[in-house]
Design a binder for this molecule. Sequence first.
Ligand SMILES: [Zn+2]
Length: 150
Amino acid sequence: MIADKARFRIIRRLERIVGYRLPLSAFHGTTLEAISSKLNFDQLDPTTREQLLAFFDAFLKCKCRDSPLCGCPERKFTRLIIELRENGLDHRQISGYLLDEFGIDIYPADLLSFLEDAVHVFEAIRDIACIQQKEGLQKSVEAHIALIER
Ligand SMILES: [Zn+2]
C-alpha cells in the first residue's frame, strides 16, 4: 500500500514528545494513535504543528468506533494522491505537496508506480463494466484513466 511508504520527516522529534519509539510509516497504527491522542504539540515549531493539524484534519477525522485503526486514514491518503494527480500535479509535485502540507516524505518514484498500478486497477474495472454493459461506470472509469495518464 502506498500509505505504508509515507514517513514523517520529524519522526525523531515526535518520538521524543510521545516518549517511545514510533514505526517509520506515518500510517502505522501506533503512529496514528500517537497523533490522534492529541499529544502535546506545543513543543513543536509553528510549521510542524500546522502540518500535524493538517494531517489530523485530512486523515484522522472519522466517526468509526475503531478509529484511527479503521482503514479510513489510508483510504483517504490514497484518494488524495489520485485527486492531486487528476488535478494536474505530477508525481514530483505530489511529493512536494505532501511534504509542504503534512511534513510527509514519500519518494516520487513510489508515487509514480502507485499511479501506474491505479491505472491498471481502473482498466480492470473498466473491462468488467464493459462486459457487464454498465456504460455509466465504464465512462466514469475511463475519465479517471484519462486524467491520470495525461
Ligand atoms: Zn474510519
